[in-house]
Design a protein around this ligand. Structure first.
Ligand code: SF4
Length: 456
């Protein structure tokens, strides 16, 4: 909760990655927290600022990143910039794509080109399941038209200053509308009218720092601590009390960006130069050491599943990856990937056909559920297979891995033999600290002529 105001606020747009915050960022964040602002979305406007925003989100608590190319930066960035944005979008705590959009007020890129870049950002957002953050200046109708649908990813019209009717219509179609400092300016009566007319569940507030300081701080550098001034005006326009409005807006913000209680599952994550595919949340083991028992993700990624990931999202996300981006693509999951054997085979085959090395991390129990021919075909698609041996004998395997399959140890050994026969790069692994001897596991792997790796 806030120390000063008693609210908890989410500044849904503040360019803390801009150089103007470099010298006093820590102090700016301290002031924000004192003013109740515990979460801030930091959008980039070109590849360098997007990379900086993504890095900041992993360093400072409460920061989330958006990555994109602002319509006024298109010419400076050039076509290859979009590739850098797509790669950065895979980093942890990057929850949105933007700031993109259209700006017909300044004389920048031709409208057709701006529209084309907006479309590319929208495609990226949909492929990765990230929210789209759209700028619109003197081009609100064009942006709303170009976006079309807010399904399957949410769209935020940030710092909206256009016609009331258009915003209400966009909100009815599922867009979130962000109100910033201009709503506090005496001349902007229509924005206060908009605050009163928008469906409340579609409204967000923001500072757009360092720009557009609200009244009475106009003219100074804006910062997230000023968000409360926007809240007060918006609450008054809605005829609601600030505390209730703050709580409504916080929930809207978390929903819009898929954070907090509404946190979205990351289907892809990048560690040590490899990209991992979070294919499933199901598993037929119940290992005593399973990471799912004590944390919901790794290195800032959120990996728990509410439901099984949509195959189309997995397909479109993987289609973005270029062959030279990662050392390999690893199918694992916050679960056992062979639980979705058909989809696993399809995705691995598509990547292999594009020359991208693929690895499978598995518990090795597929043969307990699936006919051998199908398993054989699936294994042959992988360059490398890593099998969780977990124990040097059947009794300790049962104790540690707690398999649901009968004769699991037997199926595991058969799977290992099948992989050897096929000749994929095979390694066996076990986890240290589970009461089994790593030496004994290594000896068992060695007796089969296989490499062994003890995991941390
Ligand atoms: S096999 Fe992997 S996902 Fe399944 S319970 Fe064991 S550690 Fe967890």
């Amino acid at each position: 909760m806030s120390d000063s105001f008693g609210y908890r606020l989410f500044d849904t747009h503040a360019h803390l990655c801009f150089d103007s915050f470099d010298r006093d960022l820590e102090e700016v964040l301290r002031r924000a927290r004192r003013a109740g602002v515990r979460d801030v979305l930091v959008p980039g406007t070109d590849p360098p600022s997007s990379i900086k925003a993504a890095r900041m989100a992993t360093v400072y608590e409460g920061l989330w990143a958006a990555v994109g190319v602002h319509p006024n930066e298109i010419e400076a960035v050039g076509d290859e910039g979009m590739e850098a944005i797509a790669r950065t979008a895979l980093r942890p705590r990057v929850v949105a794509i933007g700031e993109t959009g259209m700006d017909l007020y300044r004389k920048g890129s031709p409208p057709a080109k701006q529209r084309e870049w907006l479309r590319r950002h929208l495609e990226l957002a949909r492929a990765l399941g990230r929210t789209l953050v759209a700028h619109s200046r003197a081009a609100e109708a064009e942006v709303v038209d170009a976006i079309g649908s807010c399904d399957p990813v949410p769209v935020v019209l940030h710092c909206y200053t256009g016609p009331v009717k258009l915003a209400v219509e966009a909100a009815r179609r599922g867009c979130y509308v962000g109100l910033a400092g201009p709503v506090t300016y005496r001349s902007n009566r229509s924005l206060r009218e908009l605050a009163g007319r928008l469906p409340p569940e579609r409204m967000l507030i923001e500072t757009d720092s360092p720009f557009l300081s609200p009244e009475p701080r106009r003219g100074s550098r804006n910062q997230p601590a000023n968000l409360e001034l926007v809240l007060q005006v918006v609450a008054r326009a809605m005829g609601a009390d600030p505390a209730g409005t703050a709580s409504l807006l916080l929930d809207n913000s978390c929903r819009a960006f898929g954070v907090g209680e509404h946190r979205r599952t990351d289907l892809f994550y990048v560690l040590d130069g490899k990209m991992y595919v979070n294919l499933t949340g199901r598993c037929d083991n119940d290992c005593t050491f399973c990471i799912r028992n004590y944390q919901d993700g790794i290195d800032g990624y959120f990996l728990q599943h509410d439901s099984e990931p949509d195959p189309d999202r997995l397909r479109s996300g993987l289609a973005l990856v270029r062959p030279d981006w990662f050392e390999e693509i690893v199918f694992c999951g916050y679960g056992e990937p062979t639980m979705r054997l058909g989809l696993l085979s399809e995705l691995a085959e598509a990547l292999s056909a594009r020359g991208i090395p693929v690895r499978l991390n598995t518990n090795g129990l597929a043969l307990s559920r699936i006919p051998e021919e199908r398993v054989r075909r699936m294994v042959s698609l992988f360059d490398r297979v890593s099998v969780s041996l977990n124990a040097p004998d059947e009794e300790s395997y049962r104790r540690i891995s707690r398999p649901s399959a009968k004769n699991a140890w037997h199926y595991l050994q058969r799977f290992i033999d099948l992989c050897r026969e096929i000749g994929c790069g095979l390694e066996l692994t076990a986890v240290r600290g589970c009461g089994v001897s790593m030496k004994a596991c290594e000896a068992l792997a060695g007796s089969k002529g296989l490499r062994f790796r003890a995991r941390g």
